[in-house]
Design a protein around this ligand. Structure first.
Ligand SMILES: [Fe+2]
Length: 388
């Protein structure tokens, strides 16, 4: 890449603090932002799990005034982000602490934009549609998957238009992220499994992407894949395994950094309609489609598939690229089976007669995906049939 003239991009923003129990220091760190009032954004499940209590305690111990908003739901809507922003303005909060999975973190990130830029989050749908820095966001993930704590993305459910849209800008990256494996102990095994495979899809798809991927993103993506291959089984088997949980948090964060720059591809393209039509959770939809959709790209990206295979199974070191690449999808299938995820769309209630509609829908979103190969509707329908 250095011999030809070129220009490669990577945006660095935000602080990451990691460690078992590191969230005990949230108050101390937030205090450094010179703020007095904060709002903690979460959902009722996370609140009930008790995860937020020590965080609130830490914030209060540092002399901060804390307001709690715990009504975030999965796939947060325009309405919820605007509602949080209105609450922040009303209370004069100066920072937002998001605690939870991707939904709570995205809701916090979306509200932070509305507070400083005005209007509604709907005004900022698309790429770099706002100019002012959002209110500082402190992200505390309680799943290891979306990487929302470091991404440029915010997924927004536009209830009026009945679709999922994206707000995207480097300014969306939170001011601080806390990676604390101690917070993952209460995560249900199936959530640990599906969100972990979402992280795999981010790292893998951005690694083979044809836009924005370069030595830096590829290095991070491959390390993320290696960490997931080595830790996801142990993490799903025991969410109290701090070593596996911490490594998965880092893998998910790396995946988030990669996808911000190099985007996702055909797997996410085909997973999205499964969420829209059947309400299948994002991570699970990606996990199901992964091996089937990946297979479609093998020939267009043999070298990269081979590197992924070798990093997941070092005993393939001496094998040819074609031989190693051909084993990648089987490795992914084995991984998803070992962590107890369903293998077929029919297992999730998808109807065979809907596959054509799903393929039509998947074609609609193609402009935001960066595949090494372009699939026609016929190709996508064939992949859905195989996955069915
Ligand atoms: Fe994803």
């Amino acid at each position: 890449m250095w011999e030809k003239k070129g220009s490669y991009y990577f945006h660095v923003r935000g602080n990451v603090m990691a460690g078992n129990g590191v969230t005990d220091n949230v108050g101390e760190e937030v205090k450094k932002l010179a703020v007095q009032k904060v709002i903690l954004v979460s959902d009722q499940g996370v609140m009930k799990s008790g995860v937020c209590e020590p965080i609130i305690k830490s914030l209060k111990k540092s002399g901060l005034h804390v307001e709690v908003f715990d009504k975030v739901h999965s796939d947060p809507s325009v309405r919820i982000m605007d509602e949080i922003a209105a609450l922040v303005k009303k209370n004069g909060a100066e920072a937002i602490v998001g605690v939870g999975g991707g939904s709570s973190l995205d809701a916090a990130k979306g509200a932070a934009i509305v507070v400083t830029n005005g209007g509604s989050i709907k005004d900022y749908i698309g790429e770099k549609k706002f100019g002012k820095n959002p209110l500082p966001v402190i992200a505390v993930p309680t799943t290891a998957g979306t990487g929302s704590e470091v991404t440029w993305h915010i997924s927004v459910h536009d209830e009026e238009e009945h679709k999922k849209v994206t707000v995207r800008s480097p300014l969306c990256v939170p001011e601080m992220a806390f990676l604390d494996p101690g917070l993952l102990k209460g995560l249900p095994a199936h959530v640990a499994a599906s969100t972990g495979m979402d992280a795999f899809a981010h790292s893998f798809e951005s690694y083979i992407s044809t836009q924005g991927a370069w030595l830096l993103t590829e290095t991070l993506g491959l390390e993320s894949v290696r960490l997931i291959g080595k830790n996801l089984r142990n993490f799903v088997a025991d969410r109290g395994n701090l070593e596996a949980g911490g490594n998965m948090l880092v893998a998910a964060m790396l995946g988030g950094m990669c996808l911000s720059h190099a985007r996702t591809g055909i797997v996410h393209q085909m997973a999205r309609p499964l969420g829209a039509h059947y309400g299948i959770p994002h991570g699970l939809a990606n996990a199901i489609m992964l091996a089937y959709a990946m297979e479609f790209c093998v020939e267009a990206s043999i070298n990269k598939f081979a590197r992924v295979a070798r990093i997941m199974e070092p005993n393939l070191e001496g094998s040819s690229d074609i031989e190693a690449a051909g084993k990648t999808t089987d490795m992914v299938r084995r991984l998803t089976k070992d962590i107890g995820l369903p293998q077929k769309l029919r297992d999730l209630g998808v109807k065979e007669e809907d596959l054509d509609t799903l393929a039509d829908d998947a074609m609609q979103g193609k402009t935001i995906f960066e595949n090494p190969c372009r699939g026609t509707k016929t190709d996508l329908l064939k992949i859905y049939r195989e996955a069915y």
